[in-house]
Ligand binder design. Structure first.
Ligand SMILES: NC(=O)C1=CN([C@@H]2O[C@H](COP(=O)(O)OP(=O)(O)OC[C@H]3O[C@@H](n4cnc5c(N)ncnc54)[C@H](OP(=O)(O)O)[C@@H]3O)[C@@H](O)[C@H]2O)[C@@H](O)CC1
Ligand SMILES: [K+]
Length: 764
């Protein structure tokens, strides 16, 4: 019995963790020649190899895009489509096109509904036979009529129209256009086909090499499409290395290579499953030892390898993926190196030629802050990078940009788009870098490890981050500090982080101007990220901060609330109904839900919006953007946003609670009901009002009369206001964690989870 069990287990055992060698186009041709060579070589016929290759393609489809269950007919007696049923098999004129025709036949027998796009006739007697076999099964075929046929050839534009319609009516696309004999750039009629591949959000499985990519250097120029998954035949080609090692879904097929040839070409092949499957899943695992290579792509890749995360799968995976993952004891240690360079980079973003502005702008950055916002951006980047099928494109483009910048050939995130004299970008801290680059590009290349680690484009960290994401993290801190400068003026705060506040040292006017200056610097840096979607998100945060501040200034009472634009007023966070509030305070009853909603809305605008939208923005930079053509990207963006939003709410609620429960010394700023002195009633006061209706009167007059603050504080401390505020914060912290759990497991996700739970236990 145990023998049977172990042989069954053996049949499904995953292959030994081994990454085959990446082979160049020359080796691929040589291996092909050996396999089909005469009696002293492989002795295979092309039919045999193509049959096995095509079968492996069909099996890869079945594993990656399993056919949904058969469904009953609908009410009109029409057959309902099964999940993943329709596969559009796109075949080129070479042998890879033959693999596609074979795969279409096998897919049909497996229950799929394949259709075939075969726009250019192949040379070779095998192809008409393979095509005929598809016709015999009744598969829809878009192809020019065979030469010698009397029918008119299909006009090229008619073929394009038919192809586009087929793209609209498929679930999965099989890219069997070109294999290892492709030489870029693509020629007609394939240019339009590859363009459509770039635009579609449907999953594409590429065979051997994504069509249009150079077999040896891959998609280094970033002009090709990125497939959802790849099936390498015989052994992976050099050009797919970056795709593979950034975690792209990767199968190997072509189970016909004898040991002799594998050894001769040092292929280092993994074991195929004992159950006879023609494919083996070799999606990158960190145990795979790195193979050496000198290509530029490989150099970027090894610099950015996701060393700590499980490989992402094709769609957004839910939690529970890699149970064998060892959790880090302190996941926040992931950011140790990042935070040092963050501070340095912010200082260099801030420089102003005017000494007063320079000093005050940098003042709050010199004190050790917690940097929660940038931490969230960096960790969210790490937790979601690689999920988008567009990731490899995005990553290679950014690495290329950085490489060019280092070589003095182009612009990185530090370089202006406009002429500097037009921008009048007089930033001494930054100019030196720009000058160095222009006069001596090598000075950047040869800089010491510590100085290069401090560049925003550093790739020294073990994290898999893009330079634009690091810059976004810095921008969030600039915006946050700008809002602190403005807040401290409005709140008349005398201290901040246990030191004199900026207004008390430099005066209100300079503090406001310095805040504006930080926002201006942030806007400039934002424009250089190259994403309108990100600009839109972050610009709306700036508006939110001001709206929130004005709401706070006007107090809790909606009859004092600022008028809202019709659009804002109709949102879920709409302003409260003034009559409801007036009634509540006049009747001496507790706060109405509308009053509470007003407070929650203000909290979102003032605190949560920045964290939520920057967490969302970083997933856009990582390839989940609205225009990047990956539908599932919306779900990743939403998860990031909900996490940030709930974390921000929990964070502010705890802040408001600590104002009553912690001492000023613990807080490093005024405590002990400081908000009351400012006329503000936060969550603890509102909950206390619910228990002590007499508080309503004090809140209504903003604790203005002598003794109001002390009386209110006493009532609040006797109430369960602090406890209920904590409970509400805990509910938001939990909601943040639930949003996170929609993302795949990773160390970065653990770290984000830790931030969301630690928020509840913080003392300052
Ligand atoms: N040993 C193995 O592992 C096995 C490999 N097998 C499979 O064979 C594949 C290799 O097949 P292959 O050598 O026939 O070439 P492949 O790449 O399919 O097509 C090349 C043709 O495309 C064209 N073309 C080229 N450049 C172009 C351009 N810029 N723009 C437009 N067109 C362009 C050109 O055709 P032409 O235009 O000259 O008619 C050229 O002849 C391999 O990847 C694997 O899938 C299996 O079948 C069996 C076992
Ligand atoms: K291909």
């Amino acid at each position: 019995m145990s023998g049977i069990l172990s042989s069954i287990a053996g049949a499904f055992r995953s292959p030994a963790p081994r990454q085959p060698r990446y082979i160049g186009a020359d080796d691929a041709v040589a291996i092909d020649g050996w396999l089909m060579g005469g009696s002293d070589k492989g002795a295979f016929s092309i039919d045999q190899l193509m049959e096995l290759a095509g079968l492996s393609v069909a099996q890869a489809v079945a594993q990656l895009y399993p056919l949904g269950p058969r469904l009953d007919k609908d009410a009109n007696g029409v057959k309902r489509k099964r999940d993943n049923e329709r596969v559009l098999v796109c075949c080129g004129p070479g042998n890879q096109g033959g693999d596609g025709l074979v795969a279409a036949r096998h897919l049909f027998h497996m229950g799929y509904a394949p259709s075939v796009f075969y726009p250019k006739e192949s040379k070779g007697e095998i192809f008409p036979r393979l095509k005929k076999q598809c016709e015999n099964l009744g598969l829809p075929l878009i192809a020019p009529p065979s030469s010698g046929s009397s029918s008119f050839p299909m006009a090229a534009d008619a073929q394009d129209v038919a192809f586009r319609r087929a793209m609209d009516n498929t679930d999965v696309i099989l890219d069997c256009l070109f294999g290892f004999s492709f030489k870029p750039p693509a020629r007609a009629p394939f240019i339009t086909v590859l363009d459509e591949f770039k635009k579609t959000s449907k999953p594409i499985l590429s065979v051997d090499i994504p069509s249009g990519w150079d077999v040896d250097s891959g998609n280094a120029d970033g002009t090709g499409f990125t497939p959802d998954a790849l099936l390498s035949l015989t052994a992976p080609k050099k050009g797919v290395r970056a795709f593979v090692e950034s975690g792209g879904k990767h199968f190997l097929g072509g189970r016909f290579v004898p040991d002799a040839v594998a050894n001769e070409f040092k292929l280092d092949l993994p074991e195929y499953p004992a159950n006879g499957s023609q494919v083996v899943d070799i999606t990158w695992r960190k145990e795979y030892r790195p193979a050496s290579t000198s290509s530029r792509v490989a150099a970027w890749t090894s610099a950015v390898l996701p060393r700590t995360r499980a490989p992402p799968t094709a769609s957004i995976p839910t939690s529970g993926g890699s149970s064998a993952r060892i959790r880090l004891e302190d996941p926040l240690a992931l950011l140790k190196d990042e935070l040092g360079s963050l501070r340095h980079n912010i200082t260099s973003l801030l420089g102003s030629k005017h000494p007063a502005l320079d000093t005050i702008a940098k003042y709050y950055f010199q004190a050790e802050g917690k940097h929660v916002r940038p931490m969230v951006v960096l960790l969210m980047s790490q937790a979601t990078n690689g999920l988008s099928p567009r990731w490899t494109d995005v990553e290679l483009r950014e690495r290329g940009r950085e490489q060019d910048r280092r070589e003095g050939k182009g612009r990185g995130v530090d370089e202006p788009l406009e002429q500097e004299d037009v921008l009048n970008d007089d930033n001494p801290s930054m100019m030196q870098r720009a000058k160095d680059l222009l006069s001596n590009p090598l000075s950047i290349l040869s800089s010491s490890p510590s100085s290069s680690a401090s560049s925003s484009s550093s790739t020294d960290s073990s994290l898999n981050l893009l330079p634009t994401q690091r810059r976004l993290a810095e921008i969030t801190e600039l915006i946050h500090v700008a809002s602190l400068l403005h807040d401290d003026v409005i709140d008349l705060a005398e201290t901040r982080r246990s030191a004199p506040s900026a207004p008390s040292l430099f005066g209100n006017k300079l503090s406001i101007l310095a805040g504006d200056f930080l926002l201006a610097r942030a806007s400039l840096a934002l424009s250089r990220l190259g994403s309108n979607e990100v600009v839109e998100l972050v610009a709306s945060v700036l508006a939110n901060l001001v709206e929130g501040e004005v709401m706070q200034m006007k107090g809790n009472m909606p009859n004092r609330a600022t008028p809202m634009s019709p659009r804002t007023a109709s949102s879920s966070l709409a302003a409260t109904d003034p009559s409801a509030v007036a009634a509540a305070s006049l009747s001496g009853n507790g706060p109405t839900p509308a009053i509470f909603e007003h407070y929650m809305r203000k909290t979102y605008l003032k605190t949560a919006s920045l964290i939520a939208k920057s967490a969302r923005a970083t997933t856009v930079l990582g390839g989940c953007g609205a225009l990047q053509g990956w539908k599932e990207g919306e779900r990743v963006k939403d998860a990031a946003y909900e996490y940030g939003r709930n974390l921000g709410m929990a964070f502010q609620l705890i802040d408001d609670m600590l104002d009553f429960t912690a001492s000023a010394a613990e807080l490093g700023k005024p405590g002990g009901g400081a908000d009351l002195k400012l006329g503000l009633a936060t969550a603890p006061a509102l909950y206390a009002w619910d228990e002590f209706p007499e508080l309503g009167e004090l809140i209504e007059r903003k604790f203005e009369r002598e003794g109001d603050v002390e009386r209110a504080k006493d009532l609040i401390l006797r109430s369960s206001g602090a406890t209920r505020t904590f409970d509400l914060a805990a509910a938001h912290s939990q909601a943040a964690i639930e949003a996170l759990h929609r993302l795949p497991e990773s160390d970065a996700r653990d770290a984000l989870e830790k931030i969301a739970s630690d928020v509840l236990t913080r003392k300052k």
